[in-house]
Ligand binder design. Structure first.
Ligand SMILES: [Mn+2]
Length: 322
């Protein structure tokens, strides 16, 4: 059996160790894993600054704790890695530049994890990968809701660079393909100057629920998430969480490709992710758009993304133990 971290068969930017030191497993040997972490080192869907191909490696490596597969949460005492039987399938080998081929490979791998009965958590990579990620999870679980944290809606018919498949279009592809209904979308943290009003009108027609930063500031994150939970729980009994790290203010998460000032705090994101995973049936998640070449001093964005994964896992573990 080949080692998923065998550097002789992977890119120079691929990960060399597992997330938090959990067991490494090949996709055809997942055993009784409840959660499978997997990297998708892909950034050729980015329209501005690339670098997210280094994201999976940075998210795994940015941790000052031992790589011992043991992470008891200070608040709850729960070690989610054990409760959920978390394993790491390493990084997918994705041919640089071949977007369609990569989308197919990512979708096949995520679907294999979901069909195995495990929850895939995919480390990006630019946001293009949510198109195959959520499509694959929906193929297994049916009518899913998608809760999407982002500065940007990612609903362009084409990306600003004119690409049909890219990090500005995954939510459009999911809705147009029928994989995830527009009325099942909850978007949190949008701000800035994109997309243009025609696309916002299209989003409204689809029934997408969007929470702009001004509403989060006025009502508070807790009230907004109350709404999001109620909305997502209406009808759909399974949820995919998509976390674009640029939802966080670039002052706290500078390592990303398209920074938009004025975002939520890292504290708000961490608390919200754990709460959502505790209150909703999360069947898949991704953490995307970490671009280490642009990260601030001390790898602060990668450290945050690492903790985003852990907080999702902790919420899931709390839910399992209820
Ligand atoms: Mn995005």
């Amino acid at each position: 059996m080949s080692d998923p971290f065998d550097t002789s068969r992977v890119h120079a930017f691929s990960s060399r160790g597992s997330f938090a030191g959990v067991p490494a497993r090949n996709l055809d040997d997942l055993g009784d894993a409840g959660v499978v972490v997997m990297g998708a080192p892909f950034d050729w869907g980015a329209t501005y600054r690339a670098g997210a191909r280094f994201g999976p490696r940075a998210i795994r490596e940015s941790d000052y704790l031992g790589f011992d597969g043991y992470r008891p949460h200070l608040l709850t005492g729960i070690d989610a890695l054990a409760v959920l039987n978390v394993v790491d399938a390493g990084d997918l080998v994705l041919p640089v530049g071949y977007i369609d081929e990569c989308i197919d490979r990512i979708g096949e791998a995520v679907e294999a994890i979901a069909r195995h009965g495990a929850v895939p958590i995919i480390l990006g990579g630019d946001h293009s990968i949510t198109w195959p990620n959520a499509r694959a999870v929906a193929a297994v679980h049916g009518d899913i809701a998608l809760i999407h944290f982002d500065a940007h809606a990612d609903t362009g018919s084409t990306s600003p660079a004119g690409m049909l498949l890219g990090h500005g279009t995954p939510m459009r592809r999911l809705i147009e393909s029928g994989a995830v209904a527009g009325r099942r979308f909850v978007q949190i943290g949008l701000r800035g100057y994109w997309p243009e009003p025609e696309t916002v009108a299209w989003m409204d027609e689809q029934g997408m629920r969007t929470y702009l930063m001004n509403e989060i500031v006025e009502r508070g994150m807790r009230a907004v998430v109350d709404d999001a939970v109620a909305y997502a729980a209406e009808g759909a009994d399974a949820v995919f969480l998509s976390v674009d790290i640029d939802v966080v203010d670039p002052g706290m998460a500078p390592g990303t490709g398209t920074p938009e000032p004025g975002g939520i705090t890292s504290r708000e994101l961490l608390d919200t992710l754990r709460r959502l995973a505790r209150e909703l049936n999360v069947v898949g998640a991704d953490v995307v758009e970490v671009s280490p070449p642009y990260d601030g001093p001390g790898e602060i964005t990668a450290f945050l993304a690492n903790r985003c994964v852990l907080e999702i896992l902790n919420g899931m573990a709390e839910r399992k133990l209820l």
